[in-house]
Design a protein around this ligand. Sequence first.
Ligand code: IPE
Ligand code: IPE
Ligand code: MG
Length: 247
Amino acid sequence: MSLKEKLDPVKIPQHIAIIMDGNGRWAKGKGMFRMFGHQTGVSTVRTITEACAEIGVKYLTLYAFSTENWNRPALEVRALMELLVDTMRKELPTLMKNNIRLSFIGNHQDLPEKCQKQLLLTMEETKNNTRMDLVLALSYSAKWDMVQAIQKIAADAAAGTLAPLAINDKVIDKYLSTHWMPHPELLIRTSGEQRISNFLLWEIAYSELYFTEKLWPDFTKEDLFQAIFDYQNRERRFGKISEQLSN
Ligand code: IPE
Ligand code: IPE
Ligand code: MG
C-alpha cells in the first residue's frame, strides 16, 4: 500500500504551511552556486503544490522570502526576485490547468516593481480558481504582520470604531494578513533546522510541527505524505485530556 493510500481522507489538513529551507546547502553539496538550489527548489514547489491539490488540501502557504532575507547578499536577492517573476509567468498555465488560485501575504511595497506587477497579474488571472489556494509568503514575517495589524487596531481604537475591550483573539485574527484562511493544522520545515524563523507565529499557536532533515530540492511527494501520515497519527488535545476527545 502506498503512503498516499494510507492517508485518512477525512483527516487531510485544510491548511499546510511550509518553510522551504535548504536550497543553498543542497547546491553547495553539489559544488554549485546557491541559485542552482533555488532553481531546483521551484520544481519541488510544483510537485508539492500538485500533491496537495490532489489529496484535497485547501490552503498551502509557502514561505518563499522572509523580511530577514532582504539582508542576504544583493546579488542573491536580485536573482531570487527574478526567479520569482520568471516562475510566476511560466507556472500560470499549470495553475490554470490545476484550478489553483495564487494568493500572497507579505509587504507588497518592498518588492521590486516587476515582481509586484507579475504577482498582481497572476493573482488576477487565477482569482476564480477554486480547487486550492497557493499562498506565497513574500517579504513576509510574522512580526511584520503583527506590527501592521496592531497599527490598524490602534488607529481604529483612536477613531472610536473599535472599543479596546472588544479586542479579543478573533478580532486580532481579522487584522492579520492571513485573516481569510484557517490557521494551519500542520507546519513543515525542511533542512533539519528546528526553528520558526519569524513565520506565522500567531497562526501556528496550535499547529502540529514537523521537521525533516531533507533539503527542500530533495523533498518529494512521498515525504509530504509521510508528514501528513505522521500528523494524522498524533493526538491533538487542545489542552483537554485524552478521555474527553473520544466523546
Ligand atoms: C531557502 O533556502 C530559500 C530561501 C530562504 C529563499 P536557503 O537559501 O535558506 O538555503 P540554506 O538554508 O542556505 O541551505
Ligand atoms: C526561512 O529560511 C525563510 C524562508 C524559507 C523563506 P532562512 O534560511 O532564511 O532562515 P534562517 O536564517 O535559517 O532562520
Ligand atoms: Mg535557509
